[in-house]
Write a protein that binds this ligand. Sequence first.
Ligand SMILES: [Zn+2]
Length: 304
Amino acid sequence: MAAEGLHVLMEAMVDSNIFTGYNVGMNAPVSVSHLQFADDTPLMGTKSWANIRALRAVHVVFETIVEKIPFLYLGLSEILGCSENKSISMAEMWEWRRPLRAWEEEMLGECQTLLLTVSLQDHYSDRWQWQPDLEGGYTVRCAYHLLTELEAVPLGAAAGLIWHPQVPLKVSILAWRLLRDRLPTKANLITRAILPSGAHLCVSGCGAVESAQHLFLSCSMFGSLWSHVSSWIGSSLLTTQTLPDHFVQFTSSAGGSRGHRSFMQLIWLACVWVVWTERNHRLFRGSADTSLHMLDKIKTFSYR
Ligand SMILES: [Zn+2]
């Protein structure tokens, strides 16, 4: 019965040009606005804000007709103002018909982080807002500036050091993710509610929270690799606080020639690769290498 109600509603929306269906066929296109299966009614239409507003309206109307609404994957209307569940968190509002895959969990986590500060209000009607410019609204120029500035702030000169002709792509991609703090460290997984908050400990047993900064710089076990590397190369030990700064300073710490810099760049990339691999082996295989063994791996890597 609920499906029938939705069918009538969609027909009326299309008839009065509130909702534009999706055209199928080339010569005499047929407009499809929804399909009905036993327990599923996917709605489809052209990609436009008008259609999203129309679907939101359908959602609200439909919600008053049936209690349990089948808008499970739409998401957008859940985000933009579900009328009844104001006090429950975003995480609880989402229901899934099958368990999420790992990459979906990760995307959901990111989405939830974005929505953390969103609170639904009774007295305001829904509207679209471009946060960086509340008065002028969205412009491509504004978005472009925002994206290019975002890029420059956290990485700076380190961004230019990620790629290296003798370094395998997978290692550079690891560094790219690391410098943006996008690796699935325990701290990051807890932020995304993938791990429970008690599961924060560094795998080395040092007792600290496993963040990227900790694992790659300050950990008493993994961080000690840098002092082995420094005494092997004969460069001074660095005390920088952030990974991008560390990368930049390490690269120039053995002298100014281009060859030196290129070699140091390669060593830094090898270090983070070896640290991350060792961390994963300890976590998932239960094996453990000493930091001197890790140094040997870095030497092997650098002579390839
Ligand atoms: Zn540690």
